[in-house]
Design a protein around this ligand. Sequence first.
Ligand code: AR6
Length: 174
Amino acid sequence: MSERMSVIQGDITRVEVDVIVNAANSSLMGGGGVDGAIHRAAGPALLAACQVIRQHQGECAPGHAVITEAGNIPVKAVIHAVGPVWHGGEKNEAELLEQTYRNSLDLAAANSYRTIAFPAISTGAYGYPKELAAKIAVDTVYRYIGLRPLPEQVVFVCFDDENTHIYEQLLAQL
Ligand code: AR6
């Protein structure tokens, strides 16, 4: 198990890290699931910050991520990452999910953030099979931090028992 990676079960808006990742959609205008929870906890400043990015850059394609302030959430920033919708596995979903994690880690490192928390991107409304998504998340983060000093700590925040169990198993095998 890498000492720089851990899993906890709970609500990502309550985790003490420098930056949390949101499982956003391409509109960046909020939604349900973890996106809804983050926008509720952050308050209207988060949506306003997303709207500014939207006006400048347009939509955020799957695999990509943007960074904003965190409003009322006591972290330094929120990274809005757009994972792929699961279409059965033949639509480049694995590569896109890997890219989603890599681009989020790049944004954290570029801003000198030391600690980052990820939800299980794409495993809710977007339907990505949890086991497959977790393997990509863990492998991608493991390879990334193995080559770089930042981020120092990566926390996988699982909401449901199934994801928590899957992540615990995968981290134990590293
Ligand atoms: N903290 C941590 N994880 C959470 C929380 C929370 N507060 N709430 C839910 N999860 P989803 P997606 C878990 O659907 O599949 C949104 O409407 C949840 O159990 O939030 O990437 C967006 O606007 C699941 O394991 O994101 C997009 O339209 C994981 O977060 C779309 O859903 C991801 O589930 C994105 O779908």
